[in-house]
Design a protein. Sequence first.
Length: 298
Amino acid sequence: LPFDQRDGVIWFDGEMVAWADAKLHVLTHGLHYASAVFEGERAYGGRIFKLDEHTRRLRASAEILGFDIPYSVEDINRACEEVLAANHLVDGYVRPIAWRGSEMMGVSAQHNSIHLAIAAWEWPSYFDPAQRLKGIRLDLAQWRRPDPATAPAKSKAAGLYMICTLSKHAAERKGYADALMLDWRGYVAEATGANVFFVKDGVIHTPTPDCFLDGITRRTVIDLARRRGYELIERHIMPEEMNDLSECFICGTAAEVTPVSEIGPYGFVPGEITKTLMEDYLAEVQPRAEMSPMAASA
Ligand code: PMP
């Protein structure tokens, strides 16, 4: 079913509205000038993993674009939980999005109202589960992550996804699952919706997030790797170095930890570290008994 025709409800500017009625006017600034920021969150066993961090990043993304979301962190957290429950989802994906409205049409939008909507749906696996275990294949994208002096790289801004969609479409046309983007200097940056890690001689290497999203999953994986005692280095990585890197995986809220078998001409074999971190991540996201409100009040 197309995304605008599903059953269920969407939280829209403070109210639950029927899914099919969550509509905007075509002269919305967010549509014409990409003045929109969003989040992607996953719920496991009824709990949204790192919800507070996602909500804070959403508000920070908006601030970078010069607007203030008119709801507090607590209000947004509650709304995300309510949307999940109202759609009878225990495991699901949550998508809050904030945008500038339609009061002014033109580059300037100083007096436009700010809107927030939150939807939730089932999204079991971002990549084909059959492919996922042996590793997915990535294309090397033609588009590069821009210099932070060129675009607000730290904001999860809709406009920054233009090059992601271009790269992903080009990859899919060639039969790849996704694409790896380099940055404006030519260093390895990230996939179109996930961060990237490599392994060489038991050491984990990941690009320094100085011009792309420092993902919440990325930070979780770094934390899990350190807890395991693995050595981990954040540094600039040149694409040719991938010749010598033996394991590769990407990670993100939707992608979770997904092994990679190929990036353009470079090959990888999912190994012990990738498998361990994949399992550790899936264990980490599960709600623990002491976290549930029921347990807390008992
Ligand atoms: N990079 C990009 C471009 C993304 O869209 C995402 C997904 N939000 C990530 C990285 C990973 O971020 P996170 O782990 O916070 O989902």
